[in-house]
Design a protein around this ligand. Structure first.
Ligand code: MRU
Length: 319
């Protein structure tokens, strides 16, 4: 597994995902606002990884004697859609600040363990020789380690059930092309990179057995926010009779959100659509760049959690 979050007590070092796989560069954070900047600027991204990072940001705030209410607010405001951020900060809140560092480390370690459970439950749903279509990046880089949807892929590969992964490139930020393809290659898992527009052609040709993706916030009724493009994949999957699975740590379930209509959707910089890393290919036209979309629950076959395979209405909190 690629290492990408290193907490040393005095600092948090983050592998800069903006420049992967071309460069391996680390960003050094010593304050909560540097951590918030790293989350906002996509140095670290992916819902569970954002939660882990925010918890370490609060640990740094304690270590360096910052105003803790301000640190909490700055981190909370860094990105709006992934509920794991709020979940992690709320997990620290009832504890004494002297315990936050240990709790942040626990959140990190637990995330790796629960991803392996998601991987095992997900594998149990797949047949032999499965060809999976994957969107965005949900691997080690997006989590504490192992991955959610990519964790299912890793576990299915280990179990000998996986034949191939179709890696959707994920415009505009290219998490699939830059990060997922990189993670799969490091582990020699067979994969092919495709443009997002190729998904329909693959499904029409019967070359996809399951779509497995992650999520940033799941409403109480099962409506699911994930990377822009997920809704289109779900509609295609329904049309072609392909199962659509959401890999979901239960920390991504927002029981306070009754439906997808209440999920805040981040809009990002037009420059991300007009070009990439300093190269601009579009004219200076208006751009609409929502980072996520919401897939209605009825288009989703199942939610794979660390506690089992779920369907709405989801089991109560204690389960
Ligand atoms: O904008 P990003 O890269 O943070 O978006 C990430 C996704 O949408 C992932 O699919 C989601 O966070 C799940 S990661 C396990």
């Amino acid at each position: 597994m690629v290492e990408h979050i290193r907490y040393t007590g005095d600092a948090l070092d983050l592998l800069d995902q903006r420049v992967l796989p071309a460069e391996e560069k680390w960003i050094h954070c010593t304050t909560s606002s540097e951590v918030a900047d790293a989350i906002r600027d996509m140095v670290v991204r992916g819902a569970p990884a954002i939660g882990v990072t925010a918890a370490y940001g609060m640990a740094l705030a304690v270590r360096h004697g910052e105003d803790l209410d301000r640190a909490h607010q700055v981190l909370m405001d860094s990105r709006p859609t992934a509920v794991n951020l709020r979940w992690a900060l709320e997990r620290l809140a009832p504890l004494d600040p002297s315990e936050w560092e240990a709790e942040a480390r626990r959140i990190h370690e637990e995330d790796i363990a629960l991803n392996k459970a998601i991987g095992a439950y997900g594998t149990s749903l797949l047949g032999e020789g499965t060809r999976i279509y994957h969107h965005c990046n949900t691997g080690t880089l997006a989590t504490g380690g192992w991955g959610t949807a990519l964790g299912v892929i890793r576990s299915a590969w280990e179990a000998g059930k996986l034949e191939h992964v179709w890696v959707g490139e994920t415009r505009p930020y290219l998490q699939g092309a830059r990060l997922t393809a990189y993670e799969l290659q490091v582990e020699d898992i067979p994969c092919t990179l495709v443009t997002d527009s190729t998904a329909a052609t693959l499904m029409a040709a019967g070359k996809v057995d399951a779509v497995v993706v992650g999520c940033d916030r799941v409403a109480a009724n099962g409506d699911t926010a994930n990377k822009i493009g997920t809704l289109g994949l779900a509609i295609l999957a329904k049309h072609y009779g392909v199962p659509m699975y959401i890999a979901m740590p239960t920390s991504t379930l927002d029981r306070r959100c009754p439906s997808g209509a209440e999920i805040p959707i981040e809009e990002r910089d037009p420059a991300e659509v007009r070009g990439h890393r300093g190269v601009t290919w579009a004219a200076d036209v208006p751009v609409y760049n929502p980072a996520f979309d919401v897939t209605p629950a009825e288009l989703i076959t199942a939610w794979i959690t660390e506690k089992g395979v779920w369907h709405p209405p989801f089991p109560p909190e204690a389960d």
